[in-house]
Design a protein around this ligand. Structure first.
Ligand code: SAH
Ligand code: SF4
Length: 421
């Protein structure tokens, strides 16, 4: 989605299905299908150039040695190239003027610096920007930038589709197409920085007020089922010699993949958001079916240590407001009980309906009452407000909106013979 930007700490995005939501899901399972849907290999066939974007520092160093860079120089060369690519946003080896000309030519022979291709770009009246980007294999994902007074948040995806089947989420109706590579994940950030014109110029002081100041992994997919690529991409985002975003400005949202939570604390250390959405196992089993594998108690137990290990402040509990399903006063009180002992805040997300969705959004007065109960118990409980509605950047609707648009363009073309771009 995205559309429900704003509220306090960040906005949320839940990307959507490519195919109609009422089609049966082919791989409706709660297990990752890593074996069947591996990421695209970074190393290409002999003779093909390797894309540098998304390689870890170690991988880049090894690749430089492989093309003949003396081992003693490889660390320094890695640092120089890293800085050009991630600090200054350069895409041409010829511009890397602190490297010898012959070495630059050698690099260009073996490597590329490629980002996902931007297919469309829309700007909402409220400043929200939506990019449709194309990745290898012709798949498309949408990236949403939400400007606020004190920050600018980019909502990015980690998978095309999702193996999980949360019943209120449009992405949940789409089977997993594939995991994104680290390059495709960090590439979404770089594409947005390109568009915002936010790469500093070498030699000039860094501007600390950033247009793109926060990243949320709340687009399409379950980030903890693509852990390694997500971790590598976020390490690139946090690297002080590159994009240099603080781990406090990166939020990873998970439906509750318990084994991945401690790993996130240890290996990424970013902020954590949990798609909680229900206060009893009975209801959560339906809304977030991964609950059948790791129930509320198991999930909450795994969260208690998170702030200490990751040295982060609070965990965000995301709670989608569904009329008559999870929005009663009793739910609010049960939620407070669950939060006890966990430094937390609650983000209330008014449900964003999609065609064929089986739920309705709770009434505004109900959402306010619910927020009030949580707030009075001492927890921040902001309600997300919609952003970018005029460009259909709303939560859970992104992809379908684009697909709808495309369909209606095709329809006009079929009926009139005039193609509309
Ligand atoms: N898979 C991860 C991250 C992507 S979903 C997760 O589930 O946390 C990002 C957020 O959008 C989640 O909190 C999800 O529950 C929420 N969301 C999905 N569809 C929605 C909808 N139709 N209306 C409101 N929020 C939705
Ligand atoms: Fe949607 Fe659930 Fe997948 Fe998150 S885990 S993207 S909410 S289906």
């Amino acid at each position: 989605m995205t559309g429900w930007g704003l509220a306090l700490p960040f906005s949320n995005c839940a990307w959507v299905a490519i195919r109609p939501c009422n089609q049966p899901k082919a791989n409706a399972v709660t297990e990752p299908l890593v074996k069947d849907y591996t990421t695209i290999p970074r190393k290409r066939p002999e003779g093909d150039r390797v894309n540098i974007v998304g390689l870890t520092r170690d991988e880049l160093r090894a690749a430089l040695i492989e093309i003949g860079t003396p081992e003693k120089q490889a660390k320094m060369r890695t640092g120089q190239i890293w800085q050009w690519v991630y600090q200054w946003g350069r895409r041409d080896f010829a511009e890397m003027t602190n490297l010898a000309k012959a070495y630059r030519a050698q690099l260009a022979e073996h490597f590329t610096i490629e980002l996902p291709e931007v297919v469309t770009h829309q700007v909402s009246d409220d400043g929200t920007r939506k990019y449709l980007v194309r990745i290898a294999g012709g798949h498309e994902v949408e990236v949403v930038y939400i400007p606020e007074t004190d920050r600018g948040t980019l909502c990015i995806s980690s998978q095309v589709g999702c193996t999980l089947t949360c019943t209120f989420c449009h992405t949940g109706t789409q089977k997993l197409v594939r995991n994104l590579t680290a390059g495709e994940i960090i590439g979404q950030v770089m594409v947005a920085r390109d568009d915002l014109g936010e790469w500093p110029v070498p030699g000039e002081p860094k501007d600390e007020t950033r247009l793109l100041s926060n990243i949320v992994l709340m687009g399409m997919g379950e980030p903890l089922y693509n852990f390694d690529e997500v971790r590598n991409a976020m390490k690139i985002a946090m690297d002080p010699e590159g994009i240099s975003l603080s781990r406090r400005r990166i939020t990873l949202s998970t439906s509750g993949v318990v084994p991945g939570i401690a790993k996130t604390a240890e290996e990424i250390g970013c902020q954590l958001a949990i798609s909680f959405h229900a206060t009893t196992d009975e209801v959560r089993d339906v809304l977030v079916p991964i609950n059948k594998k790791w129930n509320i108690k198991t999930l909450l137990d795994s969260l208690r240590e998170y702030p200490r290990i990751s040295n982060s402040e609070r965990i965000t509990f995301e709670y989608v407001m569904l009329k008559g399903v999870n929005d009663s006063n009793a739910d609010a009180h049960r939620l407070i009980e669950h939060l006890k002992g966990i430094p937390s805040k609650v983000n209330l997300i008014p449900f964003n309906p999609w065609p064929g969705s089986p739920y309705e959004r709770s009434d505004w007065s109900r959402i306010k009452k619910f927020a009030d109960i949580i707030y009075k118990a001492g927890y921040a409980s902001p309600i997300r407000t919609p952003r970018g509605e005029d460009i259909m950047a709303a939560c859970g609707q992104l992809k379908s909106a684009t697909e709808r648009e495309r369909k209606s363009r095709r329809q006009i073309a079929d009926e009139t013979g005039i193609s509309v771009n």
